[in-house]
Design a protein around this ligand. Structure first.
Ligand SMILES: [Ca+2]
Ligand SMILES: [Ca+2]
Length: 167
């Protein structure tokens, strides 16, 4: 009984510490975690197109995650792993070359100072693949895919990560 109480208190503390400074309108659970001066919402239980994912992040005052350091990349991959991400799954990130083919930009507007493309990516079909997916099977490295899918690929549906700056 005592042990259970201690474990619960410890878990409550960990959960609170993970996201205590995150925007108040976001649901506080283990899928919301703080790293540096940002909060990350891991949407791993839904799957949709890149544009849908970006729109839902925007609607809540954030953007699809942008990644600027090995530290941030590692945090994201480890968090996904601890949340049960596995196998051939991927998550949309906020990197796109939809505006100008070959020019990859973060939707947050921040400069691209770091990349983690998987070997051979962005790929051969780069004209039709304009949105980046962080892939578990590639140790968190990135692939480009059609943002919404088309007749050849079907609908591209994946989970995603929203990022919110802490004021
Ligand atoms: Ca970021
Ligand atoms: Ca492209």
């Amino acid at each position: 009984m005592m042990l259970r109480l201690v474990v619960c208190l410890a878990l409550t503390y960990v959960c609170a510490a993970l996201n205590a400074n995150c925007p108040v309108h976001l649901v506080k659970n283990e899928y919301l975690q703080q790293y540096g001066s940002s909060c990350y919402e891991f949407v791993l239980d839904q799957a949709d197109t890149w544009h849908y994912a970006q729109a839902t992040c925007r609607a809540k005052g954030g953007h699809l995650v942008d990644i600027h350091t090995y530290g941030e990349e590692g945090f994201i991959y480890n968090a996904c792993q601890s949340l049960g991400f596995h196998g051939d799954k991927g998550v949309w990130i906020g990197l796109t070359d939809e505006v100008t083919e070959g020019i990859w930009e973060w939707t947050s507007g921040k400069p691209v100072t770091f990349n983690s493309w998987a070997s051979g990516q962005p790929g051969m079909l780069s004209g039709s693949e304009d949105c980046a997916l962080l892939q578990y099977s590639e140790h968190g490295n990135w692939h480009d895919y059609p943002c919404d899918g088309n007749f050849l690929f079907g609908k591209e549906s994946h989970g995603w990560i929203c990022e919110y700056e802490i004021a």
